[in-house]
Design a protein around this ligand. Structure first.
Ligand code: C2O
Ligand code: CU
Ligand code: CU
Length: 455
């Protein structure tokens, strides 16, 4: 694809800036379109000083003046229009994780658009086909841009009321900061070659072990987002009556939360929680570690019950009988350091490492799918580390695994375990060049990324 600066400055869709509301960090700024409902935002990326450690400042970067970024909301079938303004001192883009949209809106530099330079803006405009929990983040300089705080939730509400009267968004992120709030390295080579560089201070909505007050007797919806670079949180809620309603935005037949749900980087979960009697406390935990205290408070409402399952999203059902199988191997394969100070490469997909400094990589897709074709991907992890494997532009169905029993479900990110082989299937219904990568950011930046073309 060819891009010009002129195209970029005007945005790709030619919206006039007439309604732009000045210097506010966020806000609705466009008139409603005549042909349907729109949800319009101005989203600014800018430095923000945070107090993550008491008495100390952390020089974060934020979307819309908050970290995690401002929660964007739209309704299924409506349009989301975001005027993104870059007030950082380096180029960036915004990618809409999990959203099925046209390639031009996908936020991948040199594939979807040119980087948005400091002082420039870009208009992201797309229709929200699916309801659910999604999120947004840069697709450039990812380890430090996401690490510094450029991550935010995007909620697409169901067309019809879902049956939940109360809902809460919980965005998880573990900060790479020291005891004085200063940033520590976002990517250490020796960690990138292993599990990924982990932060130290875990937060929910920017707070360490927050206290969340919930109405007693109600069934509340908890929207959980893992916006971390590296960490797979092992979510549990001991003594809580919680059911999973959707995985990565896509509804399932509700099942109990169980002992530990492994929420890998980039993944989301919808939980319904029956809030116990007033005065009781529940702990949301990561393995044995407390993430949040859920405090039940007196409520005058009549007690609620678990609502029916959420309506499914309009995802095409892959036909396994006529699907073609493609195999993908994820492996550890360090290349020798050439001493030139380039980014090291430790990971490969089918023997190829992605080079984040080479803007032409996407011109050499690892697979080319026929538009409308049905495919099964066999994902084989040859490594001792797990990889949350994510595909842009399309939703896939997880079929089975050689390590666990799976009730097939739709998603955009599958947490591929150590030495696991899993099969996923999809209908290649979105033309374009789509990134296919591990969402452990250090893995992605050291080779574990590829492009898949749909033509
Ligand atoms: Cu969250 Cu390339 O994606
Ligand atoms: Cu994505
Ligand atoms: Cu990985």
């Amino acid at each position: 694809m060819n891009f010009s600066r002129r195209q970029l400055l005007g945005g790709l869709v030619g919206i006039s800036a007439a309604g732009l509301c000045g210097t506010g960090t966020a806000g609705y700024w466009l008139k409603r379109a005549d042909d349907g409902a729109t949800h319009d935002y101005e989203l600014i990326a800018a430095p923000l000083s945070l107090e993550l450690v008491k008495g100390h400042k952390t020089p974060a970067w934020a979307y819309g003046g908050s970290v995690p970024g401002m929660e964007l909301r739209a309704r299924q079938g409506d349009w989301l229009r975001v005027r993104f303004i870059n007030r950082l001192d380096e180029p960036t883009t915004v990618h809409w994780h999990g959203i099925r949209l046209p390639l031009e809106m996908d936020g991948v530099p040199y594939v979807s658009q040119l980087p948005v330079l400091p002082g420039e803006h870009f208009d992201y405009v797309f229709k929200t086909e699916d309801a659910g929990n999604f999120w947004y983040h840069p697709h450039l300089g990812s380890s430090h841009q996401l690490g510094r705080g450029l991550v935010g939730p995007l909620v697409v509400e169901e067309r019809e009321p879902s049956g939940f009267r109360h809902e809460y968004s919980l965005s998880l992120k573990t900060w790479h900061i020291d005891q004085q709030g200063a940033f520590t390295p976002f990517m250490l080579p020796r960690e990138a070659a292993r599990v990924g560089t982990r932060g130290r201070l875990t937060t929910i909505n920017g707070k360490s072990i927050p206290n969340l007050q919930l109405p007693a007797g109600q069934v509340v919806r908890l929207r959980l987002f893992n916006l971390d670079n590296t960490i797979t949180y092992r979510l549990n809620l001991p003594e809580g009556e919680a059911r999973i309603y959707a995985i990565d935005g896509h509804p399932i037949e509700p099942v109990p939360l169980g002992k530990d749900y492994w929420l890998g980087p980039g993944m989301r979960l919808d939980l319904a929680l029956k809030v116990p009697a007033a005065g009781k406390q529940l702990l949301l935990r990561n393995g044995p570690l407390r993430l949040a205290t859920l405090q039940s408070v007196q409520s005058d409402e009549t007690p609620g019950d678990f609502p029916p399952r959420l309506p499914g999203n309009p995802v095409a059902e892959p036909d396994l009988a006529r699907a073609q199988t493609l195999k993908f191997r994820f492996e550890w394969a360090a290349t020798l350091d050439d001493g030139a100070g380039s980014t090291p490469q430790y990971w490969q997909i089918n023997g190829k490492a992605w080079d984040i400094n080479d803007t032409s990589c996407a011109e050499r897709p690892i697979a080319t799918l026929k538009q409308g074709g049905h495919y099964i991907f066999e994902l084989r992890n040859l490594a001792q580390y797990q990889h949350p494997i994510h595909l842009h532009g399309m939703v896939f169905k997880v079929l089975d695994s050689n390590q666990k029993s799976i009730t097939p479900y739709f998603t955009d990110t599958y947490l591929l375990g150590k030495q696991e082989t899993a099969r996923i299937a999809l209908v290649a219904d979105n033309p374009g060049v789509w990134m296919f990568h591990c969402h452990v950011i250090d893995h992605m930046e050291t080779g574990l990324m590829a492009a898949i073309a749909v033509v």
